[in-house]
Write a protein that binds this ligand. Structure first.
Ligand SMILES: O=C(O)c1cc(=O)[nH]c(=O)n1[C@@H]1O[C@H](COP(=O)(O)O)[C@@H](O)[C@H]1O
Length: 260
């Protein structure tokens, strides 16, 4: 079960930081890049070995694997398998999936039956019938996009207060799918945290947007104070830093600083 696995890992590693394996082949160091998709896998193994003691989860954005074709999908699969050899660390695939129910079910089979990952991101805007198929797999978990971190959140989501409407619908689903639904809220959207907190009791937050997108650890103070369970994702800021281990330790310390 994702929620328990996450909480155990957060306690064990004293961390809320999730490492985003957005391993863009164009950006990985040249000694890995020369090996193509295999090099991405080797790079991921290096990042995992440097960070696993300080992370609460790994999030793999599928885009950087799909773009390499079938070899990229194999790299994704091998990375997931490799992560499973590390003591019970939750694996999230960032796929932002959706679709009508039979198609959604087919997508879900890949993540939950084949890869057997702990959670995936989904886009809830096609409605409840596009969300439920992902929840019907044993032990599945989703993070639904509620308020995204990008500037485009100002196009539809914010002016129409869609984040509140999405939350309401997710809450309706909760009794049927207990502990299976988390929410994605961008770290760059701190002015909306209060409203979201009010409507999301008990839900786990996946928070992207720290670092490269301008969000700061201090911006999460209110969520820490409210005792929210959070998975704070940092991708480029860790994996492409000079010293990924130093970076994740620093993020973990900065976050601890908010509570002291
Ligand atoms: O669903 C996500 O994870 C996500 C939602 C969102 O609103 N904003 C966002 O940046 N993300 C993802 O989080 C990661 C952020 O990467 P960095 O900006 O490099 O830390 C990327 O994989 C994004 O696709």
């Amino acid at each position: 079960m994702f929620a328990k696995k996450l909480r155990d890992c957060q306690t064990r590693n004293k961390s809320l930081i999730c490492v985003g394996l957005d391993s863009d082949i164009e950006k990985i160091p040249s000694q890995f890049k020369v090996n193509g998709a295999k090099g991405v896998e080797e790079f991921n193994k290096y990042i995992i070995s440097e960070t696993y003691e300080y992370a609460c989860a790994y999030k793999i954005n599928i885009a950087f694997y799909e773009m390499l074709g079938y070899k990229g999908i194999k790299t994704l699969e091998n990375t997931v398998e490799y992560l499973k050899t590390y003591s019970d660390i939750p694996v999230i695939i960032d796929a932002k999936r959706s679709d009508i129910s039979n198609t959604a079910k087919a997508y879900a089979k890949f993540y939950f039956d084949y890869l057997k990952v702990d959670s995936i991101t989904i886009n809830p805007l096609m409605g409840v019938d596009s969300i439920e198929p992902y929840l019907e797999f044993p032990n599945s978990h989703i993070f639904a996009l509620v308020l995204t971190s990008n500037p485009g959140a100002n196009d539809f989501i914010i002016p129409n207060k869609l984040y509140l409407k999405i939350l309401e619908k997710l809450r309706e689903l909760e009794p049927k799918y207990k502990d299976q639904i988390g929410i994605v809220v961008g770290a760059t959207q701190k002015e909306y945290f209060d409203e979201i907190v009010e409507k999301s009791e008990g839900m786990i937050y996946l928070i992207p947007g720290i670092g490269s997108q301008g969000g700061k650890i201090e911006d999460l103070k209110i969520l820490v104070e409210k005792g929210k369970t959070m998975v704070i994702n940092v991708s480029r800021g860790i994996i492409f830093s000079e010293d990924p281990k130093r970076e994740i330790i620093k993020l973990r310390e900065d976050l601890r600083g908010l509570t002291s």
